[in-house]
Design a protein around this ligand. Structure first.
Ligand code: C2E
Ligand code: MG
Ligand code: MG
Length: 718
């Protein structure tokens, strides 16, 4: 072979070997062909690719090409005795039998080899295989060109090996990955950042897009599932990681979309997109959030949320130099209803009240239940011009009865109103002040709205003092409580026919207190029961004393709803009546009309059992509450006491006159007497003269006074 041809052949071999780089066939087959080409081209008798055994002690042949025309004694390397095995060739070695020495020379002789070249194939910086070029016919002088050619070929073999290994591991890892990804619920796909081509997609992604996504533009996914907006996220040069969450209106699911930059198999940076249905997680989060922010019973926001919202509202008001309002609402006598009807009905009322609040526009999202029967409503600055309407809507809510347990119940509320960013700028301070105003509303007789004004902080302090002292006063036997009496006169004769016992508290610590200052609290604390019993006993004792003197007058005693709800109320009254020896018919028990609880059946039963004792029953404060005429008809009443608010303008108020006429007409039919309270002037009295009212009570005839004074002035007892 002349050198030009030889040269040409070398290039042919080189080209073919390079082509092998891109072939898909396996490494062994690729190398088999190369060994043959190079063997023939370089005129070797054999070319062998061997692999060092795992224990590094031996070799095994992966592929060998051998010139069939040359008779070579086959000696498998594995059959070579240990001591003949050449050392692992870490470096390229060129040997010729005449120049070799030592063990190498022995090996060459053993194989009957004239010359040999051995090139290691490196993997991970260590020789993993080697290619051995052998000629058994003649010795060679290894010229540089031959050496370089062989080394180039071996380099290529090494590259082919690398490529095949990495491709194999890639294919297997790619397949494994595909397997894993097809089994997960999330849509996973890979997008080329520049062309936006989808390079990979799992089954879930294809399912979502209803098409095989690979090869398509990423819009095929986003348009089908989301919106254009999301597509922008995979635009190149965006952040390396991008996370977004959204609600898919069409499919009614929450989805989380994540983009991450990753290196693709070919080394380019691509966008890995994972879309996960997080509806369940979202629902759970919402549930947790709801539980943290909402009151489980009514569904309204709770105190925590109230404070958070108020904080923001105050901050806004400060920034905008505006003001808003906080309404603190407490249901009147809720405790009675709860105790009287049972908790489930109390709960029902709370729910109905809450629903009522939420139906008032402008505040539907600003209602909070902050305690048992306590509610807060925040009026934002932008709605302040509608505050009067909001308050009136709230009031209206309580004007109608609530339908509970097959009956209609009335429930009033007391409201404290405070302006934030005017009366205060601190959440706790504002709520405290609203609470104080609310308490003031309770003290003033409930069922009203009172604005906070600064002086009232002190009263709150008093409030605690009153509680402490009242408990003490009761514990030492109620002696600090004194019975005053206000005369009740006959309309026709204008003579005193009796009086109403009204309690006063001469507190050793707090001084003189009128009922308005302590009765609501006594009711809340349950202390009204012992105080009321004390008043009744005292009133009975006086009446008994007067009877003994031959003066038979009526004594009215107020009975709180709390007392009426005591399971032993009838027995207690009976015990007082019998133990004092008073004539029962001389005693009139006033039950208030503004009963928070109008459990007709229950009340009817209690009243009729009390009546059996022989005492009379009066319905107090008629006209202030909401008991219907139906109520009067069903109760076995003896007297209806019309509240003084109806008398104030009776002289020139045609509605008040019509109301009194209606009541008196009706009571005549029912055989019930009407007593009008609060008569202060001659004009009022004269207006009433035209009606069928039978009794009058009011400052015109006499204010509530100590018993001694009453006896003196009205009973002529000295
Ligand atoms: P009430 O039972 O409606 O008593 C009548 C109230 O009207 C009394 O107020 C009386 O002073 C007032 N009054 C009577 N005539 C006039 C008038 O001409 N003009 C004005 N401006 N007021 C008049 P008082 O004594 O302050 O009692 C207030 C309320 O406290 C009573 O209203 C009653 O609901 C309650 N109360 C008083 N004592 C007791 C008691 O021993 N037990 C219970 N449970 N409640 C009581
Ligand atoms: Mg009364
Ligand atoms: Mg009254």
């Amino acid at each position: 072979m002349n050198s030009t041809n030889e040269q040409k052949d070398k290039y042919k071999v080189l080209t073919k070997v390079v082509q092998q780089l891109e072939e898909e066939n396996n490494f062994e087959d690729a190398v088999g062909g190369i060994l043959e080409m190079i063997g023939k081209c370089m005129d070797f008798t054999s070319v062998t690719l061997s692999k060092i055994s795992d224990d590094t002690k031996g070799f095994y042949v992966i592929r060998r090409w051998q010139d069939d025309n040359v008779n070579v004694e086959r000696k498998e390397i594995s059959h070579i005795p240990d001591d003949i095995i050449p050392p692992v060739p870490e470096a390229v070695t060129f040997e010729s039998v005449s120049t070799s020495k030592g063990r190498v020379a022995e090996v060459l002789k053993y194989y009957n080899v004239k010359c040999l070249m051995s090139v290691p194939i490196m993997l991970n910086n260590a020789p993993a295989m080697f290619v051995t070029f052998v000629d058994v016919r003649k010795e060679r002088v290894w010229d540089e060109e031959d050496k370089n050619f062989i080394l180039d070929i071996c380099k290529l073999i090494q590259t082919i090996l690398y490529k095949r290994i990495s491709k194999n591991s890639l294919v297997s890892s790619y397949n494994a990955l595909k397997e894993i990804l097809s089994n997960i619920g999330s849509a996973v796909f890979v997008i080329d950042k520049y062309s936006k081509e989808i390079l990979f997609s799992n089954e879930a992604a294809d399912r979502m897009a209803r098409t095989k996504l690979v090869g398509k533009h990423c819009w095929d996914f986003f348009y089908s599932e989301f919106n254009q907006e999301k597509c922008k996220m995979c635009i190149p040069h965006r952040e390396k990681e991008y996370f977004t969450e959204g609600y898919d209106v069409n499919r009614r699911i929450w989805q989380e979309t994540r983009f991450d930059d990753i290196s693709w198999v070919d080394g380019r940076i691509v966008s890995l997109c994972v879309v996960t249905d997080v509806t369940e997680k979202k629902k759970y989060q919402q549930r947790i959030e709801f539980q943290a922010n909402n009151d489980f019973l009514t569904g309204l926001y709770n105190r925590m949320r109230c404070e958070e919202d108020l904080e923001l509202c105050i901050r806004e008001a400060i920034e905008d130099r505006t003001q808003g309002a906080v309404l603190f609402i407490d249901l009147d006598d809720f405790k009675h209803l709860n105790d009287g009807l049972g908790h489930q009905y109390g709960d029902l009322l709370l729910k109905m009240v809450s629903m009522g609040f939420q139906q008032i526009s402008e505040i539907e999202k600003r209602c909070y239940r902050v305690g048992g029967d306590e509610f807060i409503i925040i009026i934002e600055p932008s709605y302040m011009d509608r505050m009067d309407r909001i308050i009136s809507d709230i009031r209206k809510l309580f004007e109608k009865p609530w339908f509970i347990k097959d009956s209609e119940y009335y429930c009033t509320m007391s409201m404290g109103i405070v302006y934030y960013n005017k009366d205060g700028q601190d959440v706790n301070d504002i709520i405290k002040k609203a609470d104080i105003a609310m308490y003031d509303a309770k003290k003033s007789g409930k069922n009203r709205c009172i604005f906070y004004n600064k002086g009232e902080d002190i009263q709150k302090g008093e409030h605690l003092d009153i509680e402490k002292n009242m408990r003490y006063a009761v514990s030492i036997g109620c002696n600090e409580f004194e019975i005053y009496i206000q005369p009740i006169v006959d309309m026709n004769t204008e003579k005193c026919i009796g009086g109403e016992a009204l309690v006063r508290w001469n507190s050793g610590k707090l001084g003189f207190l009128s009922p308005g200052q302590f009765i609501p609290m006594a009711e809340n604390l349950g202390l009204i029961t012992p105080i009321g019993e004390y008043v009744l006993r005292q009133a009975c004792m006086f009446n008994k004393k007067w009877s003994n003197m031959g003066i038979d007058v009526r004594t009215n005693v107020n009975l709180s709803i709390i007392q009426l709800l005591q399971p032993d109320v009838v027995e207690t009254i009976e015990q007082v009546i019998t133990s004092t020896g008073v004539k029962p018919e001389n005693m009139v028990l006033e039950v208030t009309e503004s009963l928070a609880i109008n459990d007709m059946a229950r009340m009817k039963d209690i009243i009729s059992r009390i009546k059996k004792i022989g005492v009379k029953i009066a319905l107090d404060d008629f006209g202030t509450g909401y008991s219907s005429l139906n109520y009067i008809k069903q109760m076995e009443l003896d007297v209806i006491k019309v509240d003084r608010t109806f008398i104030e303008d009776i002289a020139d108020d045609s509605y008040a006159q019509a109301f009194i006429k209606l009541i008196t007409d009706l009571s005549e039919v029912l055989g019930v007497k009407v007593c009008v309270e609060g008569v202060e002037t001659k004009e009022q009295l004269d207006s009433l003269k035209k009606t069928k009212v039978s009794m009058i009570q009011g400052f015109y005839f006499g204010k509530p006074m100590p018993m001694g004074e009453f006896e003196e002035k009205f009973l002529r007892v000295t």
